[in-house]
Design a protein around this ligand. Sequence first.
Ligand SMILES: Nc1ncnc2c1ncn2[C@@H]1O[C@H](COP(=O)(O)OP(=O)(O)OP(=O)(O)O)[C@@H](O)[C@H]1O
Length: 303
Amino acid sequence: MRMSYTQNDLMVEVANLRKAFGDHRVLDGIDLAIPRGTVYALLGPNGAGKTTFVKILSTLLPMDSGTARIAGHDVVADPTAVRRAISVTGQFSAVDPLLTGRENLTLIARLGRTPRRRVAGEVSAMLERFDLTGAADRRVATYSGGMTRRLDIAISMLSRPNVLFLDEPTTGLDPRSRQAVWELMSELADRGVTVLLTTQYLEEADQLADRVAVLDGGGIVAEGSPAELKRRVGSDIVDIHYGDRVESLTTDGSFADIRRAILAVAERPEPTAMSIRTPSLDDVFLQLTGQPRTRRDREGVDA
Ligand SMILES: Nc1ncnc2c1ncn2[C@@H]1O[C@H](COP(=O)(O)OP(=O)(O)OP(=O)(O)O)[C@@H](O)[C@H]1O
């Protein structure tokens, strides 16, 4: 059962982790504990420090202070043991574009822990699972972005990691491939793999994660299950539409409060539609950081 665990089963333990680039404090005292078999989403806008955090936990970047243990191994004192326990898939592909998908997988399987007689079978199974069988013998240079990403993740699964770090794993994937990746992550978690993924997609955190931490301004501004985080926002939300623009009003779910919310905008010119819904993680993000995610993202891109 996925959520039954003991304290000893913490696969990621981070205490007071700090990292700055010059004067820019990117991570300013992060505490985090992730039990075995959890899918944990680190949610934050562009530039929040998600990649920096994953790089530190995967021994690719030194921290300034604090401690981090992965599968019981200290990241600073025992980086080799940490590297043996983890697999990392970054935002940019690490596959060789001149080799075929099958060749890329075979190469990594041979270098890794897969017994030689099982390499071909495991590679084929992985290609099948990631819907790459038809393209298996084509060079990766001819793959779409989504196909390359699927291959990347397939490769990181080969080493049977205890902890899998996935930095924005479904960015650039079409909905079907994204769904396939989500299903795979859930399967892995059911088998005891701990998955730490970073994402800018609230929907991804909502659908997939057992727990979510919202990273903003150098710190974790909220942590909990998607349901817990949504509860923090209140109950039903009334969306008042003015053409393309939507104003969202939080209520406590009671008739009186919903009525109050609607009456408050009744005098305004011409709402085009109204709907009532349960809160999304977008609402959580807005409430916690004071800004809608989309606007922050645009600012991040423009900066
Ligand atoms: N090597 C570096 N030197 C200086 N600044 C850096 C370095 N790496 C990252 N930064 C800065 O640290 C901040 C956090 O970057 P990071 O890539 O960790 O964010 P992120 O949350 O992963 O964003 P994204 O979603 O765009 O990947 C950014 O402002 C970035 O410009």
